[in-house]
Design a protein around this ligand. Structure first.
Ligand SMILES: [Zn+2]
Length: 176
């Protein structure tokens, strides 16, 4: 079990920008041990994309459907030890995307290995997120519009990913 303090800390970390009433609702789900079963029931499927090549094909298919005219996809790879909160749900550091004041001509997408074991909805969400960055560098309104264009349920899935990461963080925390 987690202490009230550690729960509040994790809630602030994963749902910091959300209204207190919503955080309280999520806290109740956690305390009543209903969050994990809720997520498992909502996202029962798994996908079989394991290799970088399979991930590249997957991203390319999405790109060809929605972003045909954007820069060619140079590389799409799985990456270990990537902070999903920082890279997908937080603010990106765009420095690596810009070199000498010029945009990199070749687009690279890195997807946290964590998404190998999550439901296909979350993989789609994160790939859509990275593809949207081919056009929009910041997490601004146009960026999220583009995400929703590729994946209408983007907002809901992103929120559920926050819940899932919260649950994982609580599961990983030492008892106390
Ligand atoms: Zn981003």
């Amino acid at each position: 079990m987690h202490t009230e303090a550690s729960l509040q800390r994790q809630l602030a970390r994963y749902l910091g920008g959300y209204p207190p009433a919503l955080r309280a609702q999520v806290a109740r789900l956690v305390v009543e041990q209903r969050l994990a079963p809720h997520l498992a029931q909502r996202y029962p499927q798994r996908h079989a994309i394991r290799t970088d090549a399979a991930l590249y094909d997957y991203a390319l298919r999405l790109k060809q459907t929605y972003l045909r005219s954007s820069a060619p996809l140079h590389k799409v790879v799985w990456q270990n030890k990537m902070d999903v909160l920082q890279n997908v749900l937080g603010l990106h550091t765009t420095i690596s995307r810009v070199q000498g004041g010029r945009l990199k001509a070749k687009a690279e997408i890195r997807v946290a290995s964590l998404f190998k074991e999550l439901a296909p909805e979350f993989l789609e969400m994160v790939v859509v997120h990275e593809l949207a960055h081919l056009r929009e560098f910041e997490h601004n309104k146009a960026f999220y519009q583009l995400c929703r264009h590729m994946l209408p349920a983007y907002g809901q899935i992103e929120f559920d990913l926050r819940l899932l990461l919260l649950q994982r963080a609580l599961d990983a925390a030492p008892p106390g």
